[in-house]
Design a protein around this ligand. Structure first.
Ligand code: ATP
Ligand code: PRP
Length: 214
């Protein structure tokens, strides 16, 4: 029988995701000792872990080459995609915010604001809801640089501790929404492999409910 493929986001979410699967009772030795391997078995199960970048996790689950994924709500909001979002996993917590140099009033004056972001769709949606015409410029990382260097008036980015903003002279003008890791499931997989996937989701939900009452 074809394994159930679970795509995990490499990087910041990886440690918490592996810890969650270990607490669920899965043997994650292969993932912990992965070296440069990107597809790892979970011993004693029919599960296979795929390690991918956030946006690719969403793409693989959307296309059905992975059945399940763990990915940030930020990526889901930015990329869209057609899959079920079945659980908030409670880790990878941060927020989307509009931020700008300290002492600047974002709303003063009438010029079209320039916004830098890695999340151009999230930024566009935020300003559309405000009926504000802005110009958005895509930046790939260290977005905080853009207003400092004079490329933009403000940024839309993830804020967790606020350290990156603070150490670069920026402040939050407005929080946009909360972000955390989500469990996503391919629509066809949930239908076709219901007997295998539903118990796994139930196990994760029980674990999350237990965590809440701890
Ligand atoms: N500061 C943060 N605090 C908490 N969660 C974060 C933070 N930054 C990112 N995340 C979450 O972790 C996910 C993965 O982020 P990570 O920085 O590892 O990869 P990335 O955003 O693809 O960037 P990179 O190009 O550096 O790999 C993000 O999509 C988001 O959900
Ligand atoms: O509020 P903080 O705790 O400081 O975290 C926020 C920072 O974390 C993320 O960056 P990341 O480290 O992923 O690097 P990037 O800017 O290259 O995406 C985000 O883009 C912020 O820069």
């Amino acid at each position: 029988m074809k394994p159930i493929r679970i795509a995990l986001t490499k990087g910041r979410l990886e440690k918490d995701t592996v810890e969650m699967f270990e607490r669920l009772g899965y043997d994650c030795t292969a993932i912990r000792e992965k070296g440069r391997r990107l597809i790892l078995p979970v011993a004693g199960t029919n599960l296979e872990i795929v390690l991918a970048k956030a946006a690719d996790v969403a793409t693989y689950v959307d296309n059905g080459v992975c059945d399940i994924g763990v990915v940030g709500k930020d990526t889901i909001m930015e990329m869209g995609g057609t899959f079920y979002e079945v659980a908030d996993l409670g880790f990878g917590k941060c927020r989307f915010a509009l931020a700008l140099p300290q002492g600047v009033d974002f709303y003063e004056g009438y010029h079209t604001r320039r916004i830098a972001s890695k999340y151009v769709n999230v930024a566009r949606g935020f300003f559309e809801r405000k009926n504000m015409d802005v110009s958005i410029v895509k930046i790939e990382g260290s977005v905080e640089l853009a207003p400092i260097l004079g490329l933009s008036d403000a940024i839309v980015d993830i804020v967790e501790t606020g350290t990156t903003l603070r150490e670069n002279g920026l402040v939050v003008a407005e929080y946009i929404c909360d972000v955390s890791a989500r469990l996503i499931v391919n629509i066809a997989s949930l239908k076709l492999r219901k007997a295998e996937i539903e118990p796994l989701i139930a196990r994760i939900e029980d674990y999350l409910a237990g965590e809440e009452t701890e």
